[in-house]
Design a protein around this ligand. Structure first.
Ligand code: PBG
Length: 325
């Protein structure tokens, strides 16, 4: 005999009742749009492996910011593709560098847009690693000193949030101290706390011409097999002063997001990375999946797992759909 005391399907009988009992809702204000800057004027280059994602010169990036604001997207994460790369990534500290000029221009025109900036050396180093290198090793403490200078340089230009994505030990505490010493007490730190050594970053590295020239990033980014270690990294970053912690990539690491959510109250961000974007785009272009639906389902899963902020190349497309619904 069927026991039908409970019929869970009752709450699925109409759109109204489904909406009323829906547990998780995506908002445009959850999204952070990663923006790639290049030198020059009136430039816009599509990233070959990321359909509809472009590198923009600063003047064109301002037009994108305008669109973001109109759509209700509140934040960007700035990455630079500088013309000049060298062994120590010295261009990262140039007060008139690409990112520094970009932050100033964007904050001047869009003071309400939350400008986050990537803190890591990889786009600026000739070898493509996130830190300084000696005898084939990525140096930790020496790199942290440079990252502190980089964070202060971005804060000086008006960045609202600095986002260290390098995975050096102790960098969050050091950056907090450096920012405070220079009076930037309100500049927040969004720490890439559980950042895995992932193969999903390939299209991003193409976008930034930043693939490592030797070795890999496994001595600083995390082993994809580990979950306890992610909790340790997250707790360390919070104790060092992180205002927001990130899990990256997103799609195949939602167990880490959920586990962190159950342990900590600090806001959690996920980075829906380049490879995740490109896979969906490629399948959609082939007509194998409904790209828009898969996009929304994917973004929703990140929120449901426990993330509040979602860094995603889908931000504009998803915001347009949310506006219609
Ligand atoms: C580098 C950085 C990477 C990404 C963000 N910051 C790549 C890497 O660590 O090699 C990847 C983002 C993406 O794939 O969309 N510090």
């Amino acid at each position: 005999m069927l026991d039908l005391t409970h019929r869970p399907r009752r709450l699925r009988t109409s759109k109204a009742i489904r909406d009323l009992t829906q547990e998780t809702t995506l908002h445009t204000s959850d999204f952070v749009f990663p923006l790639f800057l290049i030198e020059g004027t009136n430039k816009q280059e599509e990233v070959a492996s990321m359909p509809n994602i472009f590198r923009y010169s600063i003047d064109n990036a301002l037009k994108v910011c305008e669109e973001l604001q109109t759509l209700g997207i509140r934040a960007i994460d700035l990455f630079g593709v500088p013309d000049k790369k060298d062994e120590t990534g010295s261009e990262a500290l140039n007060p008139k560098g690409l990112i520094q000029r970009g932050i100033r221009a964007i904050k001047k025109e869009f003071p309400d847009l939350c400008v986050m900036t990537d803190i890591a050396l990889d786009p600026f180093t000739s070898h493509g690693h996130d830190g300084l290198v000696k005898d084939g090793k990525i140096l930790n403490d020496e790199t942290v000193e440079v990252l502190c200078e980089m964070a202060c340089s971005h804060a000086e230009c008006g960045a609202d949030v600095v986002a260290p994505s390098d995975m050096m030990d102790g960098r969050v505490g050091a950056i907090r101290e450096a920012l405070d010493d220079e009076g930037f007490i309100d500049v927040a730190i969004m720490a890439y706390s559980a950042k895995y050594a992932s193969s999903f970053y390939a299209p991003f590295r193409e976008a930034l011409h930043s693939a490592p020239k030797f070795g890999d990033k496994k001595t600083y980014q995390m082993n994809p097999a580990n979950s306890d270690e992610a909790m340790r990294e997250i707790e360390l970053d919070i104790s060092e002063g992180a205002d927001i912690v990130m899990v990256k990539p997103a799609m195949v690491y939602l167990d880490i997001v959920r586990r962190a959510r159950e342990r900590i109250e600090t806001p959690i961000a996920v980075y829906n990375v380049s490879g995740e974007y490109s896979m969906i785009k490629a399948a959609a272009q082939n007509g194998w999946i409904d790209g828009e639906r898969v996009m929304m389902e994917t973004l929703l899963s990140m929120k449901r797992a426990g993330a509040k902020l979602i860094f995603t190349y889908f931000a504009i497309e998803a915001a347009k759909l949310l506006k219609q619904s």
